[in-house]
Design a protein around this ligand. Structure first.
Ligand SMILES: NC(=O)c1ccc[n+]([C@@H]2O[C@H](COP(=O)([O-])OP(=O)(O)OC[C@H]3O[C@@H](n4cnc5c(N)ncnc54)[C@H](OP(=O)(O)O)[C@@H]3O)[C@@H](O)[C@H]2O)c1
Ligand SMILES: *[C@@H]1O[C@H](CO)[C@@H](O)[C@H](O)[C@H]1NC(C)=O
Ligand SMILES: *[C@@H]1O[C@H](CO)[C@@H](O)[C@H](O)[C@H]1NC(C)=O
Length: 325
């Protein structure tokens, strides 16, 4: 009994205080901007960071489309979100099927959207996958999965929706969830699909670097279209992202680290929400954010890479979409 009061309780107290201290360093989106009348699309919104982003956009009165590869999970997430707002019976959350690992699915999704909506005000490119590097997984179109889902699927989706995003009443925003791991990525323009990449090259990091190059080039190309583009790093977040890489015993090793260093999905969603709503960012485009602030990447970016990545991505999409038609 004595040891409980003298050791265990103080230890717990200290641990909790350390956690609280860590949490105080993670920025929160402070603005209370409402999104009445705005229509938002969040990819991969059925879990993790995407779910929390969708929930917050709903809390701010936007209509939110949950674009998920598994429609049953999308319906479940919509119900969960609705249940969070019992005081708001007119909440609009819409489940829709989008498999970013299939360019035809992306095309079909965009066509459905265009049939139902005249404009879209917010596009949050959040969905992502991470597989172990030694495991080569392909999308339905035969692209390496990190390249295919994290970059190419979103590249195609965004381009298909540009017309709806570009309307002259108010500026629309595209928010791209990248990662600080982009700093470990590299882009081989002669092998974007990583067919010849070394076993240990970090294909996830490469795709996250592409996310940032894409946001820069997109910003350039949409300057006159009333579209603002933001990319962000959510921090290290406790989600299912690494489920394909993690083994059961890792949980014991990771748990203490997670306790001190990992954000909850809600905490991880803050910078994306900031990019989606913050009035102070209304004249900014093509920049990178972390902890609700600008982030200076260690990477030196080259315009030429951004342009070439764009062109090659277009070519790859054309080769698939034409072939099948
Ligand atoms: N967690 C971190 O520490 C961290 C750090 C930096 C950046 N990020 C980024 O944050 C984003 C969200 O990840 P998360 O951590 O929230 O992980 P998560 O919980 O695994 O969420 C990923 C989402 O993407 C969806 N998705 C996967 N493949 C898809 C496909 N082919 N088509 C459509 N949707 C697909 C997943 O759907 P299913 O549920 O059907 O699999 C899930 O909804 C990712 O872009 C990730 O790279 C995360
Ligand atoms: C908005 O778009 C319409 C149709 O494209 C055009 O006629 C109008 O002049 C535009 N208004 C502004 C303020 O740009
Ligand atoms: C954005 O630019 C417009 C036009 O120049 C200006 O009126 C507005 O104050 C600027 N907004 C911010 C947040 O700087």
């Amino acid at each position: 009994m004595l040891s409980l009061t003298y050791y265990v309780l103080p230890t717990i107290l200290v641990l909790v205080l350390i956690r609280k201290y860590r949490e105080s360093k993670w920025a929160k989106c402070k603005n209370k901007v409402k999104l009445n009348g705005k229509i938002a699309i969040v990819t991969g919104a059925n879990s993790g960071i995407g779910f929390e982003i969708a929930k917050e956009l709903v809390a701010r009165n936007a209509q939110v489309i949950l674009a998920c590869r598994n429609l049953a999970k999308a319906y479940e997430a919509c119900d969960l979100i609705k249940n969070c707002f019992p005081e708001k019976p007119d909440v609009v959350v819409i489940p829709m099927e989008l498999d970013l690992a299939s360019l035809y699915s992306v095309k079909k999704f965009a066509e459905n959207i265009k049939k139902q909506y005249k404009e879209i005000h917010l596009l949050i490119n959040n969905a992502g996958v991470s597989f172990p590097n030694n495991k080569r997984v392909e999308t339905k179109d035969g692209f390496e999965v990190h390249f295919g889902v994290n970059h190419l699927g979103h590249f195609y989706l965004t381009n298909q929706l540009l017309e709806l995003l570009s309307n002259n009443k108010s500026a629309s925003r595209v928010v791209i969830i990248a990662s600080s791991l982009h700093e470990r990525g590299e882009i081989n323009l002669n092998d974007l699909n990583s067919l010849h990449a070394k076993k240990k090259s970090n294909l996830y990091a490469n795709s996250k670097l592409m996310n940032i190059y894409f946001s820069q080039e997109l910003a350039k190309r949409t300057k006159l279209k009333n579209i603002q583009v933001y990319s962000c790093c959510p921090g290290w977040v406790y989600t299912g992202l690494f489920r394909y890489s993690i083994k059961w015993y890792h949980y014991f090793i990771v748990a203490p680290i997670a306790f001190f260093f990992m954000r909850s999905p809600r905490q991880g969603a803050q910078t994306a929400i900031y990019c989606a709503t913050e009035p102070a960012l209304e004249n900014e485009t093509g920049l990178l954010y972390r902890d609700c602030n600008h982030y200076n990447s260690r990477v030196i970016f080259y315009d030429g890479i951004a342009e070439k990545l764009w062109e090659e991505s277009e070519n790859m999409i054309n080769s698939v979409i034409k072939k099948g038609a």
